[in-house]
Design a protein around this ligand. Sequence first.
Ligand SMILES: Cc1cc2nc3c(=O)[nH]c(=O)nc-3n(C[C@H](O)[C@H](O)[C@H](O)COP(=O)(O)OP(=O)(O)OC[C@H]3O[C@@H](n4cnc5c(N)ncnc54)[C@H](O)[C@@H]3O)c2cc1C
Ligand code: SF4
Length: 357
Amino acid sequence: MRPFGYLRPAGVEEAVRAAAEAPGARFLGGGTNLVDLMKLGVETPRTLIDVSRLPLGGIEELPDGGLRIGATVRNSDLAAAAPVRERYPVLSQALLAGASGQLRNTATTGGNLLQRTRCLYFQDPTKPCNKRSPGTGCPARDGVHRDLAVLGHSAHCVATQPSDMAVALAALDAEVHLHGPDGERTVAVTDFHRLPGDRPEQDTVIRPGELLTAVRLPPAAPGARSRYRKVRDRASFAFALVSVAAVLEARDGVVERAALAFGGLAHRPWRARAAEEVLLGAPATEDTFARAADAELAAARCATTPSRSHSPATWPSACSPAWRTRPATADPTTARARRRLRPTVPDPPSPTQGREP
Ligand SMILES: Cc1cc2nc3c(=O)[nH]c(=O)nc-3n(C[C@H](O)[C@H](O)[C@H](O)COP(=O)(O)OP(=O)(O)OC[C@H]3O[C@@H](n4cnc5c(N)ncnc54)[C@H](O)[C@@H]3O)c2cc1C
Ligand code: SF4
């Protein structure tokens, strides 16, 4: 047991001040990720600043028709909120596709966005890991990476961002509000999580001591329909192998608006700009959707170290599962890549099932 301090500030300013004055401090939301990582010895904060009871627990209507979601709103409450269910169903569905009812009752909006990767090596302090201990290496590249990144990864890290909620927020063009020692700022959710590059230890663009105070949703596009689909090993209580958040509007059979984001494929929610380009102005047919998926996945690459990778003909046996490892333009792989985007699990439960008794 490592000793650590515990503070419970009454307001945002006090919390930010406390973080600036206590080096090695971490904000504590619901604790469902941070406390687990402390038990594993992955996180070793000297002080916990409990922000879960700050007055940031509201969901407010904004004058422009958008919503402001406080950082301490619990995942269950957000999924069940009427304006979210009615105007942003993709967000409600993404939240309900994550974790379990008990976890969602505790997890906060801020903590969910800032949860750490589930890479097995990151969670095991006996193993090297560039994200946990910079410069020690990335055993996942040639080790277990079945559920790790195929897009945007680097030689230094192939981890994925695990939040389902973040994927829906990326498709909804949401913004994150931050409050730190240098004041307040706003960052688009699509820019909030980083690609690993040569600094995988930094998951997001958040600066030391900055508190996430809220998420802003722009007004929902009238006429657009939205949906979240998630493929995983079990029907519940499992992270995404791949997920997609889609906001789409079609008129007279033609796609007029498309916003897509993938989860489980990259170090950040992957906004699928290439797929969107194919969709816009095209007939809303299965062929168009398949072409859109192929366009986005053309850049997908196996996580295995390039010097150890095999010729394309042997990729399927070298990497598992095969559809994550070959260029999506290769015909058989393309078919598998498409299948990935089809649901293999039942629809998520209705939001009223989100909160456990
Ligand atoms: C068994 C299991 C299964 C799960 N399955 C899924 C799943 O399928 N999909 C999914 O999306 N998630 C899943 N989760 C993860 C779960 O959603 C997260 O643990 C949870 O959302 C984290 O929220 P929290 O409030 O508890 O964060 P905490 O654990 O309190 O904090 C997480 C991180 O955020 C920081 N932080 C917290 N609040 C703030 C703030 N306001 N400002 C700045 N920093 C802050 C903390 O310092 C910490 O680094 C699962 C978790 C478990 C244990
Ligand atoms: S993928 Fe990233 S988190 Fe996983 S072992 Fe490599 S550096 Fe660490």
